[in-house]
Unconditional design. Structure first.
Length: 146
C-alpha cells in the first residue's frame, strides 16, 4: 500500500535485464528533524566616552565593543586604561589595547547570564616640563546579560 508520505526508490533488476530495467519500491518517508526556534543574530553594542553611567542589556552570544578616545592639549595627554569587566565569566574580554594617543579599546563577549560592570579610568600623562592634575576620571557601564 502506498501513502502520500512514501517515497519511491528505483532499483535496477539484477538478472540480465540491463541497467535500463527498473522496479519501483515504496519506502517510508524520512523523519523530519526537530528544528529549534531561530534566535535573532547576535548583536554588537558599541560604547564610547559618552556612554559613561549607561546600562546595557545583552543576550548570551552578543558582543560589546568599547572605544574610548584620549585627548591631547597643552602638553598633556589624557589616556584611558584598557577597559575590563568586573565579572569575566559573564563578559569575557576577547580583545583589548591602548593607543599612543591615549585611546583604549576592548571587545567583550557575553558568555552567560549575570550583571557586571565595564570600567576604565582616564588619567593624565604630561610632556617633559609639564605637570598634570592628580585627577583620575572613572568610566563605568553596567551590563546585564539575560
Amino acid at each position: 500500500m502506498k501513502t502520500e508520505s512514501s517515497k519511491r526508490l528505483a532499483l535496477p533488476l539484477a538478472w540480465g535485464l540491463g541497467a535500463a530495467a527498473l522496479v519501483t519500491v515504496a519506502a517510508p518517508a524520512a523523519a523530519q528533524p526537530h528544528l529549534a526556534p531561530a534566535r535573532a543574530a547576535a548583536k554588537r553594542v558599541v560604547l564610547t566616552n559618552a556612554d559613561d553611567g549607561r546600562s546595557v542589556v545583552l543576550v548570551a552570544g552578543d558582543d560589546v565593543e568599547v572605544r574610548l578616545t584620549g585627548a591631547r592639549s597643552q602638553g598633556l595627554t589624557h589616556t584611558w586604561s584598557v577597559p575590563q569587566a568586573k565579572d569575566a565569566d559573564t563578559l569575557r574580554r576577547t580583545v583589548g589595547g591602548a593607543s599612543p594617543g591615549g585611546g583604549a579599546h576592548a571587545v567583550f563577549h557575553a558568555e552567560k547570564q549575570g550583571v557586571t560592570t565595564l570600567t576604565a579610568a582616564r588619567s593624565c600623562r604630561p610632556d617633559p616640563g609639564r605637570v598634570c592634575p592628580t585627577v583620575v576620571v572613572p568610566w563605568k557601564v553596567t551590563a546585564e546579560v539575560r
